[in-house]
Design a protein around this ligand. Structure first.
Ligand code: FES
Length: 104
C-alpha cells in the first residue's frame, strides 16, 4: 500500500530547483524539478551526512554534494563518482491538482 508522506505546491518548485520537505518521522528529503519532471531523494549524502539541500548543487539531472563533490543521478539516485558508492534512496512523486505528493 502506498501513502502520501509529504506535499508541496507545484508552483513552489521551479524547473532546475531543489527544495526540502519532511517525512512524517521528521526525515528531511530533497525534491527536484528537472526537465519538466519531479523527483525526490533522501536529503543526506551517502558519503558523510551532508545535506543536499544545504550543500548540494543541481546541474541537469545530477545533484552534486559539495563537501567532497560526489554526483548523484536525481532520477535513479545512483552514485556517479567516488568517493560515493551508495545510491540515494528515491521516492515516487505524483502531481495531483497542482500539488506534488511524495509517496512511499
Ligand atoms: S559528504 Fe557528500 S560527498 Fe562527502
Amino acid at each position: 500500500m502506498t501513502q502520501t508522506v509529504a506535499t508541496i505546491p507545484e508552483s513552489e518548485l521551479l524547473d532546475g530547483e531543489m527544495k526540502s520537505a519532511f517525512l512524517p518521522d521528521g526525515t528531511r528529503i530533497a525534491l527536484f524539478h528537472i526537465n519538466g519532471g519531479y523527483y525526490a531523494t533522501q536529503d543526506t549524502c551517502t558519503h558523510e551526512n551532508a545535506s543536499l539541500n544545504d550543500e548540494g548543487t543541481v546541474d541537469g539531472d545530477r545533484v552534486t554534494c559539495t563537501w567532497h563533490y560526489c554526483e548523484f543521478s536525481i532520477v535513479t539516485g545512483e552514485a556517479l563518482n567516488s568517493p560515493c558508492s551508495e545510491p540515494l534512496q528515491t521516492y515516487p512523486v505524483k502531481v495531483i491538482d497542482g500539488v506534488l505528493h511524495v509517496v512511499c
